[in-house]
Write a protein that binds this ligand. Structure first.
Ligand SMILES: [Zn+2]
Length: 165
C-alpha cells in the first residue's frame, strides 16, 4: 500500500495523523478549474472514532488556486482555507443510517473504500470549497466611481425617510 493510499477505517481506529502537500497534476480535477493548472494545497488529517464507534477524520485543507474572476474575466488567487469533519461509512445504506443518527449538518458522511487515495479526499474538499461564481472582492481595473458607489453608506436622509414610513 503506497503512502498516498490509506485504509480510512484503520486510520481512524488507530487515531493516526498525517499531513502533506499536493500540487498541480496530483490534483487533476482541481487543476482543471485553475487557470494556470497549478493548484497548491497543504493538508492534514487526524483520525479518531466518534461516540458511536464510527470512523471519523478531521481534515484541514489550505492553499491557493488561480481562478478567473466572473466580473472582469481576469485571473486571481483564490485562497482555500477549509476545515471539515468526515465520518466514513462502508455503504450507502450505512451512510444514510449514520446521517440520521448524527443529525448534524456540519459533518459529512461519506462512503469510503477500504483503500482511499488521500489526494481524492483532499481534492474533494477543495472542490467543494470553490465559489460557484468566483470574483475579486474589488476588481483591480474598475474605475473609482463604481467602487465608491458600492461602498457608499445610506445617507442620513435615506435613513430618515425609512423611519417616517
Ligand atoms: Zn475581477
Amino acid at each position: 500500500m503506497s503512502a498516498s493510499v490509506i485504509d480510512v477505517f484503520d486510520f481512524c481506529r488507530l487515531a493516526e495523523q498525517r499531513e502533506g502537500a499536493l500540487a498541480g497534476a496530483e490534483l487533476p480535477r482541481l487543476a482543471e478549474e485553475a487557470v494556470d493548472g497549478n493548484p497548491v494545497l497543504s493538508w492534514s488529517l487526524r483520525g479518531d472514532v466518534n461516540q458511536y464507534g464510527h470512523a471519523r477524520v478531521a481534515m484541514k485543507v489550505s492553499g491557493s488556486v488561480t481562478l478567473v474572476c466572473q466580473r472582469c474575466m481576469k485571473p486571481f488567487e483564490h485562497q482555500i482555507d477549509s476545515a471539515q469533519v468526515l465520518v466514513f461509512a462502508q455503504s450507502d445504506t450505512e451512510a444514510d443510517e449514520i446521517e440520521a443518527l448524527l443529525d448534524d449538518e456540519s459533518i459529512d458522511v461519506v462512503v469510503a473504500q477500504k483503500s482511499t487515495k488521500v489526494a481524492d479526499l483532499i481534492e474533494d474538499e477543495a472542490l467543494l470549497s470553490l465559489p460557484s461564481s468566483p470574483r475579486h472582492e474589488v476588481c483591480p481595473d474598475r474605475d473609482a466611481a463604481s467602487i465608491l458607489e458600492e461602498v457608499r453608506k445610506p445617507s442620513p436622509f435615506d435613513v430618515l425617510k425609512g423611519l417616517k414610513q
